[in-house]
Design a protein around this ligand. Sequence first.
Ligand code: TYD
Length: 219
Amino acid sequence: MADRNERGKGGKGRSLFISFEGVEGSGKTTQINMLHAHLLRMKVDVVATQEPGGTPVGEDIRRILLNPAYKGMHPMTETILYAADRAQHFHEVIKPALDAGKVVICDRYIDSSLAYQGVARRIGMEGVQNLNEWITDDLYPDVTFLLDIPYRIGLKRLQERKRGLDRMEGEAQSFHEQVQEAYQTLAKFFPQRYIILNGTEKPENIHHYVMQEVTKLLS
Ligand code: TYD
């Protein structure tokens, strides 16, 4: 895998791959919007994107994955559909942007598959890791911000929204609890890229901390 300092030599800036992870309702979208807007104001060449659904092909895959009518989807099918979405997204969006020296902010990436499918769906870390490393040429983010909140608070936030729950959000509490624990394990497993943030703090305070870290990485 190419080091970030070797990537993007053809572009204007130095590439940086940032991902955000967390349980449902952890506030990733708010943080990503704030970070994206801040970097744009700083005239940084930045792309904000998401999984599943960061491409036209991915949007269709996302509709299948989150459709509550497909309650009976096999965990293996689910794992492969998330991986298919990621394959398209990686080759169409992430890699070209990094190669062009851009900053990429991604709402969920491989760690979501490791936590949700590898652990909570019991597919196993190794299989999910092998599949996803094959798809992405072993490319992990330079930094991963984990918005850490008790899963119960996240679910409560979802219930306060107007729309109904999608297929994943509607899973049992024990499922979400396992996802939360899996993220703690992943943070220990990848200490060099994981930064844990207290997701119950005020969004402005979290953003301030995110900016401090990103500024360090960009300088
Ligand atoms: P989304 O509406 O984007 O949720 P959020 O705002 O919480 O990111 O839906 C994505 C859902 O898909 C979410 O429940 C997490 C799940 N997911 C996986 O299970 N595996 C994956 O690899 C990815 C990328 C997402």
